[in-house]
Ligand binder design. Structure first.
Ligand code: DC
Length: 229
């Protein structure tokens, strides 16, 4: 069967990563979480003192960006990729509220996006890839054969993230998470560079009231249609 490129975009915490990971596993494709790459640059910036409150020192980040290497290593136990920053596993650290509350600032910086988009395009050269993010169908892979745009209500997304953090034993405050989800939606949609928007040829999926099984079945059907085309 011919290998295609699958772009999954949408709002934060709407389950894009879970669905993209599951689909990639099922069909034997590579899965890349592009959000993890923006999160890794954010963690790097925090750890290297480039943040002053919510302000980032863009001049210093620009000088250092070439030294930031982001790779993924497959976790043998879960079969899922773990993000590595300059060779160190940062998968858990990039998911904390500290990073979540600053990542939109990093993702709005033009040279950061250029740097990461080039790497993402390189990863997708051989096709057979599922990548999720915000600008995959519009900027990274505008020619992707299958594009999905996922959405769900902010309250449902906040609840999902709340449960996720609780399960990991992390401190979680629902109102804080909801405010963070809404703030990120706003920043993602209104930033000057590559704002979050549905590509004209993307299929819309509102998964507010879908179970994971229903969503998976829907996705496999769309994949089959795209490979038959
Ligand atoms: O999907 P996520 O929540 O892990 O994404 C983290 C942040 O990175 C989010 O604020 C949006 C941004 N992002 C982006 O701007 N472009 C992408 N392709 C992926 C994520």
């Amino acid at each position: 069967m011919k290998k295609i490129t699958i772009a999954i975009d949408g709002f934060s915490s709407c389950g894009k990563s879970t669905m993209a990971k599951d689909l990639a596993k099922e069909i034997g494709y590579i899965y890349i979480d592009s959000g993890a790459m923006y999160r890794a640059v954010t963690l790097y910036s925090i750890e290297n003192g480039l943040f002053n409150g919510k302000e980032v020192d863009t001049a210093r980040l620009k000088e250092q960006i070439g030294q930031i290497s982001i790779t993924f290593q497959l976790d043998e136990q879960t079969g899922r990729p773990r993000t590595q920053l300059n060779g160190k596993d940062v998968e858990d650290r990039i998911r904390t509220m500290e990073v979540s509350s600053r990542v939109s600032i990093i993702a709005a910086i033009d040279f950061v996006r250029k740097y990461l988009v080039t790497q993402q395009q390189e990863m997708g050269k051989a096709k057979g890839i599922v990548m999720d993010g915000r600008d995959i169908g519009t900027t990274v892979f505008p020619d992707a054969e299958l594009k999905i745009f996922v959405t769900a209500s902010p309250e449902i997304r906040a609840e999902r993230r709340y449960k996720e953090l609780q399960e990991k034993g992390e401190k979680a405050d629902f109102d804080e998470i909801l405010a963070n989800v809404k703030e990120r939606d706003h920043i993602d949609q209104t930033r000057a560079v590559s704002p979050l928007r549905r590509a004209d040829d993307a299929i819309l999926l509102d998964n507010s009231h879908l179970t994971l099984a229903e969503q998976k079945a829907w996705l496999i059907k769309e994949y089959q249609k795209a490979t038959e085309a």
